[in-house]
Design a protein around this ligand. Structure first.
Ligand SMILES: Nc1ncnc2c1ncn2[C@@H]1O[C@H](COP(=O)(O)OP(=O)(O)OP(=O)(O)O)[C@@H](O)[C@H]1O
Length: 699
């Protein structure tokens, strides 16, 4: 059994059965490995040679610096660059061949194009491999690989570079090669597909998300290969593979649009650094460079500029401040976003009211200034002031021809015009926005120059009314994860700042922010998204865990995977000492078992921190907090908010008592906590479990 496979999980679909298919594939593997090995030796040799040439040229240049004439030096530098590029290419090719040697492919298709009876055999792997001019393995993103993901035996088609090809898919085979050894090879049927999937899902988790190329499902492949070039929204139930497939989609687009799309022009807006770390190895594993990771806070901060500081985000779980909650709730509504958008449009015109302006004997009438200011189409306030100052200066220059009168400087004119603005900056506009609506109390600045988190994106948005949006036009594709936790105004800001194509994903059943009034329909309208995909099949958790999740939140569209595991355990702990003793026992058992990750989840950030301190005295446990940057194997304590998007082999939910989980918001939190578990779940309560767990009558 594979070392990562959990005990008790399904064995390989073809446990060492020496049948015909297996033998046939063993032979084919042997011959492929020979070819890979030959090319690998060549690539290693080439790498050593180019690397050696680079080093010796560099050495020669540094030893003889001062003696080499500039022309020769220049030639040497050009040569060095060329050798460096070759060495890099040789290194990449060597590394890919080394990976292919471990596992060259995972599938085989036999396809007979229209009019041909003899099927053409294609093997599909992580990377393409050609040997002596013949294609031995096709990349999983190639058109022919679509046959494996999208069709059952029978009529099928794919889009070859030369045009569409139709025909008959005669056979489809799932193959597993590990450490250059054939583990299984089975002809495809729905039963086999289920078994392969069960096997994949029964593995233990990792602190890094893994690629899923050998078991991508049809509905997932449709999203990965969507090339309409428009914004897609993926609403998927917990564990439906949204994050996985969004990353595979990026790998696919990078492959298909080589030359026009590079990893530097793709960014992901992720909820926190730990999540970024968790997903960081999927693209490199697929042979692509990592993409840029962005956070909403830094985007807002750079749009606002350094004059205003942003306070950290607060959550109601840890903050019983009703006045703040009311402010946050108002700013999380669709109405707020809509009225701020309309206000920003109007303010560009209305914020300026011209007054007579004199330079020497020339007076510019206030009405004329206002009329000119308003005539500049869709420009932002600062650009209008600039243009108006330009007009004033041109007029003065024309009148001063032949006279000795000194001309005012541009900045003086700008200053005088700026003084005619009813608001001098975005913050001024924001104040007027609330004042006009009789809601001055909605803007609370904890300190001078500091705004609350909920004001960061509205302010950044209003900055556009002043300076114009500096659209982040270098990005060609933006991936937005956990869409449900961004408020309407935050989405609006992102939509305006990133005019590029987007893949937006999340689950509105997993909102961890109760101050958010966003809906799926409003979001689709806001982004002008052409397609909204719904993923209903949940892959992560066992049936037992999913059953509990559905008891807490009956998500009607969720289809649970028929993968059985251990029953969910409920443990009464009495008091804090009891909780600590129980967690201690669970950690000790976890350390002796097969699992790699254990998530200990509490509703609150603050209490998670306290548990971490207490448990750290006797156990090795990590804490995931706002300051954390990495996700590691082992036992980890986190709040629900920090655990969202992650998964663990085993999860322990702490203090799942009545009183802790009562409101609809808390129901959401509990649902998120439960659905982080892949294989095992323990619910710890002190006295009486929360009613929504449906356990009361049995406890
Ligand atoms: N086709 C697949 N083959 C194998 N594993 C899959 C497949 N699709 C999803 N999974 C697995 O299901 C788990 C959940 O995937 P992922 O985290 O991408 O889901 P999600 O929808 O983003 O979850 P959530 O919203 O709950 O955070 C992962 O372990 C992933 O590897």
């Amino acid at each position: 059994m594979n070392e990562h496979q959990r005990s008790g999980a399904d064995p390989d679909p073809q446990p060492r059965a020496q049948n015909t298919v297996f033998r046939e594939e063993e032979e084919h593997l042997e011959s492929t490995l020979e070819k890979v090995s030959t090319d690998l030796s060549r690539a290693s040799e080439l790498f050593e040679r180019t690397n050696g040439a680079y080093r010796s040229t560099k050495f020669y240049m540094s030893e003889n610096r001062g003696e080499i004439d500039p022309q020769e030096m220049y030639q040497n530098e050009l040569y060095l660059k060329e050798v460096d590029r070759n060495a890099e290419a040789a290194c990449l090719s060597r590394d890919r061949l080394a990976q292919l040697y471990e596992s060259p492919y995972f599938a085989r298709v036999a396809f007979a194009p229209e009019g041909e009876t003899e099927p053409k055999i294609s093997y599909i792997g992580k990377f393409a491999f050609s040997h002596n001019g013949s294609i031995e393995v096709s990349d999983w993103r190639s058109p022919v690989a679509g046959l494996f993901y999208d069709f059952d035996i029978g009529r099928a088609h794919y889009d070859a570079p030369s045009g569409p090809v139709s025909g008959m898919l005669k056979a489809k085979r799932q193959i597993k090669v590990e450490s250059s050894k054939l583990v299984y090879a089975v002809d495809d049927s729905s039963g086999i597909r289920d078994e392969v999937m069960q096997r994949e899902l029964s593995k233990t988790s990792d602190s890094k998300m893994r690629s899923i190329i050998s078991s991508i499902q049809r509905e997932q492949n449709e999203i990965i290969r969507d090339e309409t070039g428009e914004t897609l929204i993926i609403q998927g139930v917990a564990g439906s593979g949204k994050t996985s497939i969004a990353l595979h989609r990026i790998a696919y687009l990078l492959y298909r649009r080589k030359g026009t799309l590079s990893s530097k022009s793709v960014a992901i807006l992720s909820p926190n650094k730990v999540f970024g770390d968790y997903i960081s190895s999927v693209l490199p594993e697929l042979g692509e460079e990592p993409i840029c990771e962005l956070g909403l806070a830094s985007i807002a901060a750079s749009a606002i500029g350094s004059s205003v500081e942003i306070e950290a985000q607060r959550y109601p779980v840890d903050d019983a401040d009703d006045a703040w909650l009311a402010r946050a709730q108002y700013k999380g509504t669709l109405e707020f976003a809509e009225s701020l958008r309309a206000y920003a449009e109007d303010a560009r015109f209305e914020v300026f009211s011209g007054k007579d302006l004199s330079f020497g004997t020339r007076t510019f009438k206030g009405d004329w200034l206002t009329e000119r200011y308003r005539s500049y189409g869709r420009l932002a306030i600062r650009e209008r002031i600039d243009l108006l100052a330009g007009e004033v200066l041109t007029d003065l220059a024309a009148r001063s021809i032949g006279s000795r009168t000194a001309q005012p400087k541009r900045f003086e004119v700008r200053q005088k015009l700026t003084a005619m603005l009813a608001a001098k900056d975005a913050l001024g506009l924001y104040r007027r926005f609330f004042a006009e609506r009789g809601r001055k109390h909605m803007l609370h600045m904890p300190k001078k120059g500091v705004v609350e988190w909920e004001d960061a994106c509205p302010l950044a948005f209003l900055q556009s009314a002043f300076d114009g949006f500096e659209e982040l036009a270098d990005y060609r594709h933006l991936l937005i994860d956990e869409m449900q936790d961004m408020t309407p105004i935050q989405h609006l800001l992102i939509a305006r700042l990133f005019p590029c194509e987007k893949t937006i994903l999340g689950d509105f059943n997993q909102m961890v922010d109760p101050v958010n009034g966003m809906t799926l329909a409003a979001m689709a309208t806001l982004y002008g998204a052409s397609r909204v995909f719904h993923l209903k099949q949940s892959y992560r958790s066992t049936l037992e865990i999913n059953e509990l999740a559905l008891r807490v939140r009956p998500v009607s569209e969720l289809v649970a995977m028929k993968r059985h595991g251990k029953a969910v355990r409920f443990e009464r702990c009495g008091d804090t000492q009891g909780v600590l003793a129980q967690i201690g026992r669970i950690i000790e058992k976890f350390e002796k078992g097969d699992s790699k990750t254990l998530g200990i989840i509490h509703k609150s950030d603050k209490i998670a921190r306290v548990y971490h301190e207490l448990l750290s005295q006797d156990h090795r446990v990590h804490l995931i907090s706002d300051e954390s940057a990495t996700f590691s194997d082992g036992a980890t304590i986190a709040s629900v908010k920090m655990a969202k998007g992650l998964e663990f082999d085993e999860v322990v939910i702490l203090d799942a008592d009545a009183g802790q989980y009562e409101s609809e918001y808390e129901r959401s939190l509990l649902y998120v906590a439960i659905t982080r578990a892949m294989h095992e779940l323990t619910v710890l309560y002190r006295i009486k479990p929360a009613e929504m767990l449906g356990w009361g009558q049995r406890a």
